[in-house]
Design a protein. Structure first.
Length: 101
């Protein structure tokens, strides 16, 4: 028979930091994927409506191995503030900088 393994939640950033030699992933992947899902409207759907007209590139560019300079700037901003979740972004807006991003 087959074994069913239940899914579990793990923080991507902590997992990547614990396995830095894994060449399949980059250490900033948690910020890249958060940025991608943010721009795709999966994190804060209301943000997509107001921002979609401002970007020309497909959000999947954020998770490619070699990012463009625009992607690197966005990922760098998120990683320097430690923002890789909707909760962290909303907290940052509320307590540090309401105009971040």
């Amino acid at each position: 028979g087959k074994w069913e393994i239940p899914s579990c939640y793990t923080e991507m950033y902590a997992t990547l930091q614990a396995n830095p030699k894994n060449k399949q992933f980059l250490l900033d992947d948690s910020f890249r994927y958060f940025a991608r899902y943010l721009l795709e409207g999966k994190v804060l759907p209301e943000l997509l409506k107001s921002c979609k007209k401002w970007y020309n590139d497909d959000p999947t560019l954020l998770t490619r191995q070699t990012p463009s300079s625009k992607v690197a700037t966005l990922v760098s901003a998120l990683s320097s503030e430690g923002i890789d979740s909707a909760e962290a972004l909303c907290q940052h807006w509320a307590t540090v900088n309401a105009k971040f991003l």
